[in-house]
Every structure is written in structure tokens, then in C-alpha cells.
Design a protein around this ligand. Structure first.
Ligand SMILES: Cc1ncc(COP(=O)(O)O)c(C=O)c1O
Length: 374
């Protein structure tokens, strides 16, 4: 404890460590500072945002600004609604088929990792689903290629996961699905790169990796999709109602929306999504290059053409060495590197707010570790 509080790592506030957690994850320091400075008295309101009515003009301005900034970042077309919901991406796994998978139709799922499987399994409880492609037989080491993806042209929608947090793979481009509405779980790469939102029927993602604290999930949905929502859905699970009420049907996660809004502002200030993409590419390239130049000591889990810029997964020559690596890394201020139990090894999550200095520190730690233990 004492050691951590006295540590001063490059680019970090005193006592803060390099946080490689897969989520909830590192936040931009200027945002944390702003939250701190506004904690007791938000903009002269005399109270914290967490003490404020969600029906107040002050909070309405917060949620509308957050939406406007997201629209600007992604250049979201005007025929799309932006909704802020609770329940995480996991609730979207169920809400999506409840709203858009009518009886007599089937939905296509592309399985590129455990989270796409989770989405598929949830939908299977609610309607008819089909696997359009899967790389499970190869331990989800890669993203399926265009020739492997068989989309049913009659499908109600086609679902994919843009970044596979556990395996460390990412789609470089959206799958080709013709006229079928494309639906994306972007939980672990939302706001990390520019996207052409007009290609999507619906895109969703929890905030807690790239865009803010846990508790709020962003949903971008093409308006014409909302006409298909059945009439008898419970209110909280009804996209059309949530969109009509501008995410204020009931009490939204007010504090999480506020912080998400600050992260959106921070992204705009640093140069928007092209700039954050450039930074993310640079950080990931540093780490992949260290893996590739280790003479095989470090082995990447994902196929090189499917590598994620967000989650870098790699193995060491033995599980004992992996444990030792994670333990010593934590002691050196590099925390959260233990891989997911289904893949093993190490995982470095390099989300938007993760500093380049932290990647440099990891690369240097990896060299030292290999020298001592190779
Ligand atoms: C790609 C992806 N989808 C869905 C989830 C589940 O998200 P939540 O915990 O917000 O339900 C995660 C969580 O890590 C994820 O990485």
C-alpha cells in the first residue's frame, strides 16, 4: 500500500498505477480531475450531479450535451436515435431479439468469441436464430473471413461483436450482410475509431471500457427499425419507448451519463475519433512488435490479421512463468494483466484512456523479464 502511494510512474499522477484492466477500465485523468472538481457543487447548482433530479434543467442539459457530443464524434446520421440504458450489454443480448426478432423470422449470429456466443444463446431463448459463421473450432483465434460468412438474406438482423475482449481479436471492417440490418456489440471498442454508422441497424456498447464508468449502455438505432418493435413489450425493454422518452422514461444512471459526457468532450478536445484511433494503433503496434521480436518467448493468441488494438493477449513458455510475470508486473505498477480464464496467459487492455507511457513500461518490463527468465 505504502509502496503504491509513493510510486511515481511516467505520465501518471503520483500513486496511480498503469491499469491494464479489461473493464471497468482506466479513465482519462483530465476527466477524473474534472469530476473531482465538480463533485460538491456542479456548475453553481450547489449540489453534486449524483444528488440532482433527473428532471432538472441542469441534468437535462448534461444528457442532451452527452448525446450531441456522441453524435458529433461518430457523425451519427439524423435518422438515428441515441439511447442511454441500464443493464449492460448483457441486457441488450435479450432486448435485441425481443424488439427485432418476430415469430416466423430468424436472426443470424456470427460467433467470434464468448460474448457473441452469449448474445446468441440469449436470443435462442426468445426466437429462431442461426449461426452465420463461427471460429470456435480454432479457439476464436481469428475473425471469420468473408467467404466463411453465410448470411440468410431473409434474416431479421445479423449480429456480430466488433472486438472480442477475451480472445483479443477485432474486426478490421464490418462483415458484409447485404440488405439485412447489421447489429453490433461494440462494448470493447466503442468510440475507439471512426465508424460509418449508416452501415448499422443498431450498435450498442457498455461505457465501462472506453467511454466512462459502468452503469450506462449506449444504443444507436436507425429510426426505421423502431417501427418493427412489437406493441406489448414491458416498457423498460422497449427501444421505441426509450427513444421517444429520450432515455428519461425512468431514472437513468445520472452520474454515469454525466461522466460519459465528460469522456466524449475529452475525445472531442484531443481531436476526435481519428486522433484516438491513431493513438490506439500506435500503442498496440508497440506491444505487438515486442511480442513479435521476442524470438517466440512471448506468443500472441490471436492470428496477426485479426489482432485487436484494444486487448492484446499473449502467452509465455509456461503457466508458472505467466503467474510469475503477472505477480511481478503488479508489484512494478503494471496491474490487471492476468488473462481471462478461458484463454489463460496475459492480456493487456489498451483502451482509449490508457497512456502510451504505460505500454512503454510494459514493453521494457517484458524485455527484463525475458532476460532474467528466458
Ligand atoms: C464484447 C463484450 N460484450 C458484452 C460484455 C458484457 O457486458 P456487460 O457486463 O456490460 O453486460 C462484455 C464485457 O466484458 C464484452 O466485452
Amino acid at each position: 500500500m505504502l509502496e503504491t502511494s509513493l510510486r511515481n510512474l511516467p505520465g501518471q499522477e503520483e500513486g496511480r498505477i498503469y491499469n491494464f484492466s479489461a473493464g471497468p477500465a482506466v479513465m482519462p485523468l483530465p476527466v477524473l480531475r474534472q469530476v473531482q472538481s465538480e463533485m460538491l457543487n456542479y456548475h453553481g447548482s450547489g449540489m453534486s450531479v449524483m444528488e440532482m433530479s433527473h428532471r432538472s434543467a441542469t441534468f437535462e442539459a448534461i444528457i442532451h450535451t452527452a448525446e450531441a457530443d456522441l453524435r458529433q464524434l461518430y457523425d451519427i446520421p439524423t435518422n438515428y436515435k441515441v439511447i442511454f440504458l441500464q443493464g449492460g450489454a448483457s441486457l441488450q443480448f435479450a432486448m435485441l431479439p425481443m424488439n427485432f426478432l418476430p415469430q416466423g423470422q430468424s436472426a443470424d449470429y456470427i460467433l467470434s468469441g464468448s460474448w457473441s456466443q452469449a448474445a446468441y444463446k440469449e436470443a435462442r431463448k426468445l426466437g429462431q436464430v442461426r449461426v452465420a459463421a463461427s471460429t470456435e473450432s480454432e479457439q476464436f483465434k481469428r475473425i471469420p473471413g468473408p467467404a466463411e460468412i453465410q448470411i440468410d438474406p431473409q434474416a431479421a438482423y445479423a449480429h456480430f461483436t466488433s472486438n472480442n475482449t477475451i480472445y483479443g481479436t477485432q474486426w478490421a471492417e464490418e462483415p458484409e450482410v447485404g440488405t439485412v440490418p447489421l447489429v453490433c456489440d461494440a462494448s470493447s471498442d466503442i468510440l475507439s475509431r471512426p465508424l460509418d454508422i449508416s452501415k448499422y441497424g443498431l450498435l450498442y456498447g457498455g461505457a465501462q471500457k472506453n467511454a466512462g464508468p459502468s452503469g450506462v449502455t449506449m444504443v444507436l438505432v436507425r429510426e426505421e427499425m423502431l417501427a418493427k418493435v412489437p406493441a406489448n413489450l414491458p416498457a423498460m425493454l422497449d427501444y421505441r419507448l426509450q427513444a421517444e422518452k429520450e432515455s428519461l422514461y425512468n431514472t437513468p444512471p445520472t452520474f454515469a451519463v454525466y461522466v460519459l459526457g465528460l469522456v466524449a468532450k475529452w475525445l472531442l478536445e484531443i481531436g476526435g475519433l481519428p486522433e484516438i484511433q491513431r493513438r490506439n494503433q500506435e500503442k498496440a503496434a508497440l506491444l505487438y512488435s515486442a511480442i513479435d521480436h521476442s524470438g517466440g518467448y512471448y506468443q500472441g493468441h490471436s492470428a496477426p490479421d485479426s489482432r485487436s488494438l484494444m486487448n492484446v493477449t499473449f502467452r509465455l513458455p509456461s503457466e508458472d512463468l505467466e503467474k510469475k510475470f503477472a505477480k511481478e508486473a503488479t508489484a512494478a505498477g503494471l496491474d490487471g494483466l492476468k488473462g481471462h480464464r478461458s484463454v489463460g496467459g496475459l492480456r493487456a487492455s489498451l483502451y482509449n484512456a490508457f497512456p502510451r507511457e504505460g505500454v512503454e513500461a510494459l514493453v521494457s518490463f517484458m524485455r527484463d523479464f525475458q532476460q532474467k527468465n528466458g
